[in-house]
Design a protein around this ligand. Structure first.
Ligand code: 9WN
Length: 435
C-alpha cells in the first residue's frame, strides 16, 4: 500500500528530532554531514542543509552557504570539501592529499580540488524566499549572487570540454553518487592508485555498505591525476582519464541557472544570460544524454562519445527541466513508476534498477534509497505536473526517517537504516518535506 503522510504528532516529533540532529552537527560555522563519518564541511551537503535550515533558522542557513562560498577558488571552482582549521584527521583523503595551498588560484583555507553538483543557487533562492526579514534576505542574495554566478560560469565554461552545452565531472566523487553503477564502464582503466593509502571510512559503517576497495583505488588514482595536472581543466582531454557528463549534475546545473535568473531578477539584474545557459544545458541533455531505447537519461564519456547503459536514479533528475518534451517526460515517469524503481519495492526510490543482477540493496549508491535524491525527485515530480508522485515520495521518505532515524541511506526493500547515523541532509530535507 502507498505510504501515508504522518499525522500531526509524528510530524512534530520528526521536526524536533531533525532540528536536534542539525544542532548536534553544527560547529559554530558550518554543519558537518555527520560527526563521525564526515567531520568537515561538504559542498552539496551544505546546500541541502541550508534548504532545511531555511525553515527554522534563517541566520544559520545564510551562514552555512556564505561560509562555504568563502572557500571558493578564484576561478569560481567551489570545492567539494572545506577542511577549515580543524586538526581532525579521521577522514581520508585529508587536506594534505589535495595540496590546495600549492595552487595559485586556491583560497587560504584548505579545501579539496574537485566540485559537487551545484544545488547552491536553488538553496540560496529557497533561503531568500522563506526569509521573514526581506531586506536582510536581499542583502544575503546580493552577497551570494556574484559567487554563485562565478561557480556556474566555471562549470559552464571550463567543464564544457567540447562546447556541447554540458558540464563534465572529472571524478565520481563530483557526482555525489560515488559508486553508482553509472560510472563502472568509465572506470575500467583505473585499478591502481600510485600512492599507498589506508581507507578510514569503514570504522563507523560496515564494509558492505561502503564502496569496494577497487572503487577506492580508482578514486585515489583519479584524484592524483587531477591534482598532478594542477587542477588545470585545459589539460583534461589529453591527460585525464575520466571526463563524464552526468544527467543528475547537469539537471541540477540547469535548475541552478533558472534559480540564478530569478535571483538576478530580484536584485534588479538581467536574467537573460542565465536563461540562455539553462536552454543550452537543456539542449545538451536532450542531444547527448537521452537514451530513447531505454527511456531514460544516461551518462556519457565526453572524449569517446560512448554512453553508459545503467538506468539509475540520476536519470530521473531531468524532470527538473521545465522544457522536457511531453513524450520524454511521460516515458521517464513510466520508468520511475515501473517495477524497476518505485513500483518494485516498499521504500522507494532505489538508486538503481531493482531488476539488475548487480543491484545491491545495502551498498551505498548501488541500490539504497537516499533522502536527497528523493527530495530532488519530489521537486521534479511537482515540476512535471505530477503532485501524486511527489506526495508518494515525500510520504515514503518521512516514513523511512520516522522508522529508522536520520540515517545516511536506507534499504529500499525492508526500510532498514544504513550508513552513517544522525546524517544532516536526511534531517534537513525531511524538515522541508514536513512543512
Ligand atoms: C566523498 C558527505 C558526502 C556526500 C556524498 C557521499 C559521500 C564522500 C565519501 O559523503 O561522499 O565525497 O567519503 O564517501 O557520496 O554525496 O556529499 O555526506
Amino acid at each position: 500500500p502507498p505510504a501515508m503522510r504522518p499525522g500531526p504528532d509524528e510530524r512534530r516529533r520528526l521536526a524536533e528530532a531533525a532540528v536536534a540532529t542539525l544542532a548536534g552537527n553544527w560547529t559554530g560555522a558550518a554543519t558537518l554531514p555527520s560527526r563521525t563519518q564526515y567531520p568537515h564541511q561538504w559542498s552539496w551537503d551544505s546546500a541541502f542543509i541550508a534548504i532545511g535550515l531555511a525553515r527554522v533558522d534563517q541566520d544559520r542557513a545564510q551562514r552555512e552557504l556564505l561560509g562555504l562560498l568563502r572557500a571558493q577558488w578564484d576561478t569560481g571552482r567551489l570545492p567539494h570539501i572545506v577542511y577549515g582549521d580543524t586538526e581532525d584527521e579521521s577522514y581520508f583523503p585529508g587536506p594534505g592529499f589535495w595540496d590546495s595551498r600549492g595552487v595559485p588560484d586556491a583560497p587560504a583555507v584548505r579545501t579539496s580540488g574537485i566540485v559537487q553538483p551545484p544545488v547552491h543557487a536553488r538553496a540560496a533562492l529557497t533561503v531568500c524566499t522563506r526569509a521573514g526579514d526581506e531586506a536582510a534576505a536581499l542583502r544575503f542574495l546580493a552577497e551570494a549572487y556574484p559567487k554563485l554566478a562565478a561557480q556556474h560560469r566555471y562549470l559552464l565554461e571550463r567543464r564544457d570540454l567540447d562546447g556541447g552545452g554540458l558540464a563534465c565531472i572529472v571524478h565520481p566523487w563530483e557526482s555525489g553518487t560515488d559508486n553508482s553503477p553509472a560510472w563502472d564502464p568509465f572506470l575500467t582503466r583505473f585499478t591502481e592508485a600510485r600512492s599507498l593509502f589506508v581507507r578510514q571510512d569503514m570504522v563507523h559503517v560496515p564494509a558492505d555498505e561502503r564502496p569496494s576497495d577497487a572503487d577506492y583505488s580508482a578514486y585515489i588514482a583519479l584524484a592524483e591525476s587531477y591534482r598532478d595536472i594542477g587542477y588545470d581543466d585545459l589539460k583534461l582531454l589529453d591527460k585525464h582519464g575520466f571526463t563524464v557528463e552526468d544527467p543528475l549534475f547537469n539537471a541540477i546545473l540547469l535548475d541552478g541557472e533558472l534559480c540564478l535568473a530569478e535571483i538576478a531578477r530580484r536584485l534588479g539584474r538581467d536574467p537573460g544570460p542565465h536563461l540562455r545557459s539553462a536552454r543550452a544545458v537543456h539542449r545538451g541533455l536532450m542531444e547527448r544524454l537521452w537514451d530513447d531505447e531505454r527511456g531514460t537519461f544516461v551518462a556519457r564519456d565526453v572524449r569517446t562519445g560512448v554512453r553508459g547503459t545503467a538506468a539509475t536514479v540520476s536519470g530521473f533528475a531531468p524532470l527538473l527541466d521545465p522544457w522536457l518534451p511531453a513524450d520524454v517526460r511521460d516515458r521517464l515517469v513510466g520508468l520511475l513508476l515501473s517495477p524497476a524503481f518505485m513500483g518494485g519495492c516498499g521504500h522507494p526510490v532505489p538508486t538503481y534498477d531493482l531488476r539488475e543482477p548487480n543491484f545491491d540493496r545495502r551498498r551505498y549508491w548501488r541500490g539504497p534509497t537516499w533522502v536527497n535524491t528523493n527530495w530532488l525527485l519530489w521537486v521534479g515530480a511537482l515540476r512535471a505536473g505530477r503532485p501524486d508522485i511527489a506526495r508518494t515520495i515525500s510520504a515514503s521518505t518521512l516514513g523511512l526517517v520516522g522508522r529508522s532515524g536520520f540515517r545516511e541511506y536506507f534499504d529500499p526493500v525492508d526500510g532498514g537504516g544504513r550508513g552513517a547515523c544522525d546524517f544532516s541532509w536526511s534531517a534537513a530535507l525531511a524538515l522541508d518535506m514536513l512543512a
